[in-house]
Design a protein around this ligand. Sequence first.
Ligand code: KG4
Ligand code: ZN
Length: 340
Amino acid sequence: MGSPVVLGIESSCDETGAGLVRDGQLLGHAVASSMDEHARFGGVVPEIAARAHVSSLTPVVSRALTGAGLRMRDIGAVAVTTGPGLSGALQVGLAGAKGLAYALGVPLYGVHHLAGHVAADTLEHGPLPDPCVVLIVSGGHTSLLLVRDLARDPILHLGDTLDDAAGECFDKVARVFGLPYPGGPAIDRAACTGDPGAVAFPRPLTGPRDAPYAFSFSGLKTAAARWAEQHRIRGARLPLADGAAALQEAVADVLTRKAVAACRVYGVGTLVVVGGVAANSRVRALAEERCREAGITPRVPPLRLCTDNGAMIAAVGDLLVRAGARPAPLDVSVDPSAPL
Ligand code: KG4
Ligand code: ZN
């Protein structure tokens, strides 16, 4: 008998995702987002996110099944994000996953959200080479990891952000620039016509004495906010495209420089860039360019698998099932600040 179809459920933030994976193959997935409901507040409102998951979860699972040409009874295991993320939002997904696993009589697997982002790439490019360096860049995380076997070995943390995540920096600066939420895609669009060299934004923690794999984006955020403020004080029009392009260049430069350095130091031949900010056009382009120069293979999942989705959670579930991992007990709880 082959591997079971794994249903993955993601609900850690504002996306409700369901995905179906078997033997490393993506069979179908669907995502609903409550992003528009948060836009007027300038950020995700946890209560609104949790309520949106309640309305969206069942329809999203149903859409994923229909898209894959499968029925409920074809599901052989359920994987669900247990953390990190917003507590109420996570609980909706976990409660739904438990109900399904119990009713179908199939095993339940708790999945770490970041392991999900890493595994997303396997759905497009196949199994990860052992070892690989992974740069996770999202709205809540900016980390460099050394990954071996996702289902069996612990992930080695090389470095993290000391303050804001890269996506958070984009989101907050976008707000100051008067761009809509979420800020990352808005900055990316605005940057298209800008000159990245127009403003010399800082490259935090890139000095010879700085921690090689640590990041810091709060100083960059402040520098961008001050730059915008100076234009306002002078009553000058904000050269938005230039500001966006220069900010994006600074973020992409720091991220890719450190990630490629980590590959060199650890003698690793593959860099995987995942998470919402991996959707950024300049981050993608610069990662490819610098990897090519260094003789490293870059792997970046397609845009639809970069931002939060259920397929990436199903991908981890599928790895766990095939590795013979122990399922979670039905009284498993969420862990909003789960360490890796
Ligand atoms: O991984 P994700 O969907 O959710 C978290 O786990 O945080 O990442 C969301 C983050 C947001 O900060 C969003 O602004 C950023 O990813 N993002 C982008 C782009 N698309 C999404 N940042 C820069 N450029 C983009 N094109
Ligand atoms: Zn995420």
